[in-house]
Each structure stands twice: as C-alpha cells, then as structure tokens.
Design a protein around this ligand. Structure first.
Ligand code: TMP
Length: 211
C-alpha cells in the first residue's frame, strides 16, 4: 500500500521529543527531503477537537476506558484523513506519538492491560504499524523537572498525574522496547540536546540511507 515511510516518536513527559521533532523538520527541509510532520492526538480538525476533550484539566471525571477509546478514535480519523494519504504519496510521515503511547499510558500506567488496548487499536488502525519508532527515554524525575521549569508549556490532564504514574509509563515503554527491539529504538534523552539529535539522526539512517 504505502510508498512512504511511517516514523513515530514516543516518550514520557519532558523527554524533549517535541524540541527534537522541530529540529528534525528543519534538518529534512534544508535537504529537500519530502516529509509530513503531524501529532497525536490531533493533526487534523476532528482529532484536535477530541484532543481538547481528552486533555482538558477540568475533565477529572473521565473514565480510563473512555480516555483509551477517545485516543483510538482520534487516531483512526487522523490515520485515514492524513497519514495514509501522505504515505501513499510517498512522504516520510513523522508522527509525534502513536499506538505505543496508548499501550504505555493506558495499557500499563492506567492498568487497563496491554492486550485490551492493543485490541481496540487494532480496530482503529487495521494493523498499520510504524516502520520505525524512536523512543526518547528519560527518568520521570528529570522529565517532570524540565516541565516545571518550562513556564510557557500548557499543563494538560495527564501532566497532573502522580510521579508513580509517570514511572509506570516509562517502565511500560521499556517493556515495549524489549518486545519489539527491531522497530523501537531507544534514544537517551537525558543527554545534551546536540547528543540527542546526533543519536536521532544515526537511528534514522537505518531506514533513510541518504540523510
Ligand atoms: P503530548 O503532550 O505529547 O502532545 O501528548 C499529550 C498527552 O497525551 C501526553 O500526556 C501523552 C498522552 N497520550 C496518551 O495517554 N495516550 C495516547 O494514545 C496518546 C497519543 C497520548
């Protein structure tokens, strides 16, 4: 089906993933490499609306399964409306978060169960899987301190979770890495921004030889 490449970027809060994605966009643009940058939940109008419902700090009554279904619904719409068409046109699609976020946050950290989350996401994605996933790994203590220091960043409902929740997110991600080491590559996000970026490019070279 797809002529392009589907690359997803994952990480806990304060992993520096968003900053690295901006830097990567500049890098690809300067080299005239056709790419599409997008994010989850969001990336298109309907999914951005779902995002604002999920992440609204006032929605403290939201049930964990409702949350998981809303992420999956936003994912479905984003996939059919934006990601699949871009892949068919041959773009490199860089997506800030995908199914692994739901497995780590809702499956492991919320305790719904990984297989339960996998099955609703199989329905949503019809098993479309990234060609490569880059996981920005940082200890929650460091990540949460970075967020606290970044005054301009919006605080969402998941940022308000406990340290224990964020520890579970990280150990969930590390289990996913263990189960799929070919697809998911770990980047040590505690290093300096330049070192993190070098590691990002080195990992991308595994699937994009010419960058
Ligand atoms: P962001 O801050 O990277 O934009 O992501 C928004 C929040 O949503 C972040 O706390 C991670 C969370 N999230 C999930 O819990 N499950 C998901 O499936 C996705 C895509 C994000």
């Amino acid at each position: 089906m797809s002529k392009g490449l589907f690359i997803t970027l994952e990480g806990g809060e304060g992993s520096g993933k968003t900053t690295m994605i901006t830097r990567l966009s500049d890098y690809l643009r300067e080299r005239d490499i056709p790419y599409l940058l997008t994010r989850e939940p969001g990336g298109i109008d309907i999914a951005e609306k779902i995002r604002s419902i999920i992440l609204d700090p006032e929605h403290t009554a939201m049930d964990a399964r409702t949350e998981a279904l809303l992420y999956a619904a936003a994912r479905r719409q984003h996939l059919v409306e934006k990601v699949i068409p871009a892949l068919e046109e041959g773009f490199i699609v860089l997506c800030d978060r995908f199914v692994d976020s739901s497995l780590a946050y809702q499956g492991y950290a919320r305790g719904i169960g990984v297989e339960e989350i996998r099955s609703i996401n199989l329905f949503a994605t019809e098993n479309i899987t990234p060609d490569l996933t880059l996981y920005f790994d940082v200890e929650p203590e460091i990540g949460l301190a970075r967020i606290a220091a970044n005054q301009g960043r919006e605080i969402n409902r998941l940022d308000m979770e406990s340290r224990l929740f964020h520890d579970k997110v990280r150990s969930g991600y590390l289990k996913l890495v263990q189960s799929e080491p070919e697809r998911i590559k770990v980047i040590d996000a505690s290093l300096s921004p330049d070192e993190v970026f070098c590691s990002l490019i080195a990992n991308l070279r595994c699937v994009l030889k010419d960058i």
